[in-house]
Design a protein around this ligand. Sequence first.
Ligand SMILES: Cc1cc2nc3c(=O)[nH]c(=O)nc-3n(C[C@H](O)[C@H](O)[C@H](O)COP(=O)(O)OP(=O)(O)OC[C@H]3O[C@@H](n4cnc5c(N)ncnc54)[C@H](O)[C@@H]3O)c2cc1C
Length: 630
Amino acid sequence: MQFHHHGYVSEDPRVLPADGVGLNPPKELPEKVDVLIVGSGPAGMMTAAQLAMFPSATTAVIERRDGRLKIGHADGVQARSVETFEAFDFAKKITEEAYRITETRFWKPDPDNPENIIRASITDDDPTGISEFPHLIVNQARVLDCLREFMANSPSRTAPFWGWEFLELTVGEGEYPVEVKIRGTAGEQEGTERTIYAKYVLGADGAHSKVRQDIGAEHIGKPSYHAWGVMDILVNTDFPDIRTKCIIHSKAGAILHIPREGGYLFRSYVDLGEVPEDDNGQVRKTPLEEIIKKCNEILHPYSIDVKEVAWWSVYEVGHRVTDRFDDVLVEEAGTKQPHVFIAGDACHTHSAKAGQGMNVSMQDGFNLAWKLGYVLSGRSDPSLLATYSAERQVIAQDLIDFDSDWARRMAASPGEDAEAIEDFYVKTAEFPAGFMTEYPPSLLIGQGKQDLATRVPLGKRFKSAPVVRVCDATAQHLGHLHKADGRFRIYAFADGEQGSCPKLDEWAEWMATSPDSPVNRHTPKDADIDSIFDIKVIYPMAHRDCDVTKAPKIFRPASGPLGLIDLNKVFATDVDDPIQGFAGDIFEMRGIDKGGAVIVVRPDMYVSHILSFDDTAELGEYFAGFLKDA
Ligand SMILES: Cc1cc2nc3c(=O)[nH]c(=O)nc-3n(C[C@H](O)[C@H](O)[C@H](O)COP(=O)(O)OP(=O)(O)OC[C@H]3O[C@@H](n4cnc5c(N)ncnc54)[C@H](O)[C@@H]3O)c2cc1C
C-alpha cells in the first residue's frame, strides 16, 4: 500500500484523498448523472466501486431495497474474484472471515447396501495450482459490504441511494440522452416518482431485469424443469464430512453440500427432482420441512438435527443468456454508440451449483467500469464502450454451456458413477475458478508476440508471480501490486542485468522523452506522469546488486503535490522468502525471453499486448487505437 505521497496520512490509509465529485458528494439523488446504475448486487457494486476511482465522473447507484442485503443469494467466491478483491485491497479481510475450500469429497450409494451412502473419493480443490488465491465461501452480503466500503473510501466517496426503484427508460438525444423514470420504495421518498437524466445507464437489476426489457434484449435459453431446495442451516449431525465440500449422490437423490464461514453454518442444495412443464412454480411452495426430510433421506444412514435455519429457498434452474449486453442492436453494431448496458443476472442466468453467478457478474462490472471511466474522463472515445458487449457476451455463453453440463451431471441419477463426476470436476476446475476467460484479438487485445512470454497468455488475466522490490528488499507478488485504480500496467522485463541491458535503456528513454510514446501522447499535461500508465521494470538479477537510483527515470516517476519520486517500481528476480512462501524466478515461471519483453496489462488485469523493446511503433499504435491524445 502506497501513501503519504499526497502529504502525511495519520489515519486509515485505505481512506483515499477525496477528489472531484468526492469533494462535495451529493446527499440526494441528483437529477443529472454520468452513470446511473440500477441495482446494488455484485454486478452493480463492482461497477460502482471501479468507477469510484474516476472522480471526474458522477455515478449514482439506485436500489429498491431500503438498505444492504442481509442474507441469502451467493456464497461461492472463486479464486479469480479473490484476485480481483486484492486489487480493491480487501482480499485479506474477506479471506479472514471466509471458509476456504481445499478439497471436495464425493459420496455415492454403498454397493453392498445401496440404501446407505459411502465416501467414494476425495479430490483437492485446486490440484494444479491454478491460482495463489483461495476458493472461498462467504455470504454475498459481506462481499457487497466490502465493495461499499471501498466506494466510501474512494476519491469519489460514492454511496448507494437506497429505496429507489427503476420503472422505465427511453434513450433520446443530448448530453444526458437517457431519461429514466424511478419511484421511491422506502423512507421519505416512498411513492414519489422522479425523472433522472443520465449519459449512461447500467441495468444490474438481476434475473428479471426491467432495463433488459426496456432495451429489448432477448433472454435466450430454456428452463431446465429441475428444482432445488437450498438451506443455510445450523445442525448437529453424525455426518463425518459436514465441514468439507461434498457432492453426494444417493438412491434418494443428490445434495451439494457447502460448509460456510464461521465454523458451524453450512449450505445444503437438496435435489427436489424433475418438475412437470405445467408446474407453474408450484414446486416453489415446497415446505422447509419437506426439504429437511429429503436431505435426511439422501444422507442415510447419517442424519441432521436442525437447530436453526438462517435462510432457505426453492428455485428452478434456467439457463439463459441475452443476445447483447447493451442497447445497440446486433445489426447496428459499429454504427451506433451504446448508452444503456446490462450486466450480471440481467444478462445470464444458470444454476447456483457451479458457484458462478456472483463471480461472473462482478467480472462483467469490472470489464465495463474502466471503459466508462476512460470515456467519461475524456481519455477515450465512446467507441471503446462497444467492446464490453463483444467481450462479455461470449464469456456468458461459455458459462451457460459449462453450467448446463454441470447441472445435468449434478441432477443425474445415482447410476452415473462418482468417478465420472469427479473427473469432470477436476478436468474443468480452471473454468469455474474464473481463469478460462480469454478475450480474442481486438481493439484492446493486440496480436502480440506470445513467444516472448510463453506462459503469459494474451487475452487472459495476468497470472502473478513473485519478484523482489529492490528499494526495500521485500518479496512481492507482482500482480498483487496491480490495484483497481483504472491504470494500465506496463511491465518491462529487462534484456540483462542493470548496466548491461541496452535494449531496455533505449526503450525507457523513448518512453520518457519521445512525443510518440504513449506516456507523452496520452497523459494529461496537468496529471501525474504515471496517472494512466504504471510502468515497472524487472531485472534478471539479485536485488542487492541492483541500484534503484540507477534505473531509468521512467521507472522512478515524480508524482503527487509534493513531486515525490516513486522508488517502488524497480524489481529483481532473486526471490527466496520462506515467510511468505515466495520463491522462483518470474522469467522462468512465465517463460519470458531473456532478450527482454514488454507486457501490457489492462486495468481489469487482462494481458493486452506482448512486444519486444524494438516494437515502439506498435506500442504507440496500440494505445492510439483507443486513447485520445492528451
Ligand atoms: C440460492 C442462490 C444461490 C446462489 N449461489 C451462488 C454462489 O454460490 N456463487 C455465485 O457466484 N452465485 C450464486 N448465486 C447467483 C448470484 O446470487 C447471482 O448470480 C448474483 O447475485 C447476480 O448479481 P447481480 O448483481 O447481477 O444481480 P442481483 O444480485 O440479483 O442484484 C440485483 C439487484 O437489483 C435490485 N433491483 C432489481 N430490480 C430493481 C429495480 N427495478 N429498481 C431498483 N433496484 C432493483 C435488487 O433488489 C438487487 O439488489 C446464487 C443465487 C441464488 C438465488
